[in-house]
Design a protein around this ligand. Structure first.
Ligand code: MF3
Ligand code: CO
Length: 258
């Protein structure tokens, strides 16, 4: 079922979205060389509590993971791209880190992810890859006008990612969001214009372009049963916002407070 939010639910989605955006911004500012991924998880937990929100991850147990996630944020370093389970690892100079966070507050969920480089060493290929996911997200959002179809968004994302030279994996993509974190419709990062569900005001979508430098194949980390890594060990990037379709176009809900 595809949920359409009422105006008052949309107001609550704006609050949840702001919580997610603010937490991601604070966490990014606290990450430095030597920061342990488990500390980031602890900080995320504290900030979620302080905001009066609840984690969408800690009890999450879908078919694609081994048991409940048991953590508050996804931390994906270098070859890890999605569902990165926090573990005892200290960030090194030049690491490419993705933080992905979803919380629920007053009955409405929001989900966002950012990728960035830790420390001073900025590999130009990493910078370009992060930039491609950010531009793809912007293109998807720009295409999300009321009356557009899902295929238009998917195609806009695809054009940017493949235009930048990346292969696209279609096993995981964006999704509807609302009273739960993951719901219909699925939003592929590849698609045909003019096809699929027609967007309408009140629909919430999480758009999440992600790529791997030289492959479209994923492997699941055998130790934690959750973390998805590039099959070749290459680096990866992922950027995500939750947006609301309104009469006037897409509104980004997961931006931090200006
Ligand atoms: N937030 C992720 C997404 O963008 C899902 C993470 S599920 C987790 O869809 F439980 F692994 F964290
Ligand atoms: Co998501």
């Amino acid at each position: 079922m595809i949920e359409i939010l009422t105006p008052s639910e949309l107001d609550r989605a704006r609050v949840t979205g702001r919580v997610v955006g603010d937490i991601l911004r604070s966490l990014k500012a606290r990450c430095r060389v030597g920061t342990n991924l488990l500390d980031i998880d602890q900080w995320a937990r504290e900030m979620i509590d302080a905001a009066g929100a609840a984690s969408c991850y800690v009890d999450y147990a879908p078919s694609f993971g081994r048991g409940p996630f048991g953590h508050y944020i996804c931390t994906a370093v270098n070859d890890a791209v999605l569902h990165g389970m926090p573990h005892d690892y200290r960030l090194a100079d030049g690491d490419l880190l993705t933080l992905d966070l979803a919380v629920k507050k007053d009955g409405v969920a929001a989900d966002a992810a950012i990728s960035f480089i830790v420390g001073e060493t900025r590999n130009p290929e990493d910078v370009a890859m992060i930039d491609a996911t950010e531009r793809a997200l912007a293109a998807g959002i720009a295409a999300a006008t009321p009356g557009a179809r899902l295929g238009d968004l998917s195609h806009a994302i695809e054009q940017v990612l493949s235009g930048a030279g990346y292969l696209i994996n279609t096993e995981f993509g964006g999704h509807g969001i609302g009273s739960t974190m993951h719901q219909d419709p699925h939003v592929s990062n590849k698609g045909r214009p003019g096809r699929g569900y027609r967007l309408r005001p009140g629909l919430l979508l999480a758009l999440e372009p992600w790529v791997m430098a030289d492959t479209d194949r994923l492997i699941t980390d055998p130790d934690d049963g959750w973390t998805l890594r590039s099959a070749t060990g290459c680096r990866t990037a992922h950027t995500e916002h939750t947006i609301a379709i309104t009469d006037h176009g897409a509104e980004i809900l997961t931006l931090p407070q200006p």
